[in-house]
Design a protein around this ligand. Structure first.
Ligand SMILES: Nc1ncnc2c1ncn2[C@@H]1O[C@H](COP(=O)(O)OP(=O)(O)OP(=O)(O)O)[C@@H](O)[C@H]1O
Ligand SMILES: [Mg+2]
Length: 360
C-alpha cells in the first residue's frame, strides 16, 4: 500500500474488515500508487527539462558573448575605418595645401624672374642718370657764370624762365630723387631676391643650407602682416648648414609667423631665436600673443582644426608644418600660456640619415 494512504487510513478509518471498504481502499491505493509514479515521472521529466534548459541557457549565453565580441570587433573596425578616413582626408587636404603653396612658390618665382630683368636695367639706368647729372654740374656752373656777360634783357628773360619752372627747387631736388629711386629699386631687388629665396623652385630638393637665410627671406615677405604693430627680435646664432628642403621649411616659418601675427591683437613682439645642440639645430618662434587655451592645445596640429572664425582660417597651417618637420626627421614642440604668449620650437637634424622623397 502507498505509505501516504496507509498513514491516512490508520489515522481516520475503521480497522474492521469490510469487503467493499477493502476494495475501495485497494482502488484508492492504486490511484495513489499511479499518482506517485506519475509524480516521479513528472519530477524526472522536469529534472531532464531543467538540465536541458540549463544547457540551452549556457549555449545562449555563449552565443550572446560571441555576438558581443563580434559587435565589439565590428565597432573597433568601424572606428579604425573612421580614423583611417579622417587621416586620408587630412592627408588629401595637406597635399592640396602643399600643392597650393608650391604653386604659389612657382608663381612667386615666375613673377620674381619677370621683374628681375626690367629692374636690372632700370637700376643701371638710374645709376647712369646720376653719373650724367654729376657730369652736367660743371657745365651748368659754367653757363651760370657766363650769364652775367649777356645783355640785361636776356639775363632777365633767363631768370624769368628759371623762376617759372622753379629751377632752383628742381636742381636741389634732383639728387634726392635719384637717391630715393635707388633706395626704392634696392628694396624691389631685395623683395625679388626674397621671393626667389622663398620659393626656391629651382631647388625643391635636398640641399645643404643655412636655414637662417630661409627665416630672413620669409620674414621679409610677411612684414606687411606685421606692419608697425609688431616688433621682431632676431637672436640668430651661427648655424651649420643643414640638409633640408628650404622651400618647404620656409612654408613652416611662414605659417608660424602668420599665426603669431594673428595671435597678437594689438601690439606685441615676435622673437626668433636659433641655436645648435649636438647634432641638431633648434629654431624658436615666440610671440606675446593671446596664447592657446589648454583644452585646444592638443588639437592645434590636427588638419582642419582652427579656432579662427569661419572663412578666416582653414586649420591647415600647423598640420602642414608638422608633416614637413616630420619629413625632415625633426620635431616641433609648443608651449603656451593664455594671456602671455606662445613658443614653438623646431628641432632639425644637421644630417638626414634617411632622406625621403622631396614632395609632401
Ligand atoms: N602663435 C599662436 N598663438 C595662438 N594661437 C595659435 C598660434 N598658432 C596657432 N594657434 C592656434 O592654432 C590653430 C590652428 O593653427 P593653424 O595654423 O593650423 O590653422 P589656422 O591658422 O587657424 O588656419 P590656416 O593657417 O590654415 O589659415 C589656430 O586657429 C589658432 O587657434
Ligand atoms: Mg595658420
Amino acid at each position: 500500500m502507498h505509505p501516504l494512504l496507509a498513514r491516512q487510513l490508520k489515522r481516520y478509518c475503521p480497522q474492521d474488515g469490510d469487503a467493499r471498504w477493502d476494495a475501495l481502499v485497494v482502488a484508492v491505493d492504486d490511484a495513489y500508487t499511479s499518482f506517485g509514479n506519475d509524480h516521479a515521472l513528472v519530477e524526472r521529466t522536469l529534472e531532464v527539462m531543467s538540465l536541458e534548459l540549463g544547457q540551452r541557457n549556457r549555449q545562449l549565453a555563449e552565443q550572446l558573448d560571441e555576438k558581443q565580441r563580434m559587435m565589439d570587433a565590428l565597432s573597433r573596425t568601424n572606428e579604425e575605418l573612421l580614423e583611417l578616413n579622417r587621416r586620408l582626408n587630412a592627408a588629401q587636404a595637406q597635399l592640396l595645401q602643399s600643392e597650393k603653396m608650391a604653386s604659389i612658390g612657382q608663381l612667386a618665382a615666375g613673377v620674381a624672374h619677370e621683374i628681375n630683368n626690367p629692374i636690372a636695367y632700370v637700376h643701371s639706368n638710374v645709376n647712369t642718370l646720376a653719373e650724367y647729372l654729376q657730369q652736367l654740374g660743371p657745365l651748368q656752373a659754367a653757363w651760370l657764370s657766363k650769364e652775367a656777360l649777356l645783355p640785361p634783357e636776356e639775363q632777365t628773360g633767363l631768370q624769368d624762365l628759371r623762376q617759372a619752372m622753379d629751377y632752383g627747387y628742381i636742381m636741389s631736388d634732383l639728387d634726392g630723387l635719384i637717391a630715393e629711386s635707388k633706395d626704392g629699386l634696392t628694396r624691389v631687388k631685395n623683395i625679388v631676391q626674397n621671393l626667389k629665396d622663398f620659393s626656391r623652385v629651382d631647388s625643391g630638393e635636398w640641399e645643404k643650407v643655412d636655414v637662417t637665410d630661409g627665416i630672413k627671406s620669409t620674414l621679409s615677405l610677411v612684414r606687411h602682416e606685421l606692419r608697425d604693430r609688431i616688433d621682431v627680435v632676431c637672436e640668430f646664432a651661427d648655424l651649420p648648414d643643414i640638409e633640408c628642403m628650404l622651400s618647404q621649411l620656409n612654408q613652416v616659418f611662414m605659417n608660424l609667423l602668420v599665426n603669431a601675427a594673428h595671435a597678437i591683437r594689438d601690439k606685441g613682439t615676435i622673437t626668433i631665436a636659433t641655436g645648435v645642440l649636438e647634432q641638431e639645430v633648434w629654431l624658436r618662434f615666440s610671440d606675446t600673443g593671446q596664447g592657446i587655451p589648454p583644452e585646444i592645445l592638443p588639437r592645434i596640429f590636427d588638419a582642419f582644426f582652427t579656432a579662427k572664425p569661419v572663412g578666416v582660417g582653414t586649420g591647415l597651417g600647423l598640420s602642414l608644418a608638422y608633416s614637413i618637420i616630420q619629413r625632415h626627421q625633426g620635431r616641433i614642440d609648443v608651449q603656451s600660456t593664455v594671456g602671455v604668449g606662445t613658443v614653438f620650437t623646431i628641432f632639425l637634424p644637421v644630417r638626414q640619415p634617411d632622406k625621403g622623397p622631396a614632395t609632401c
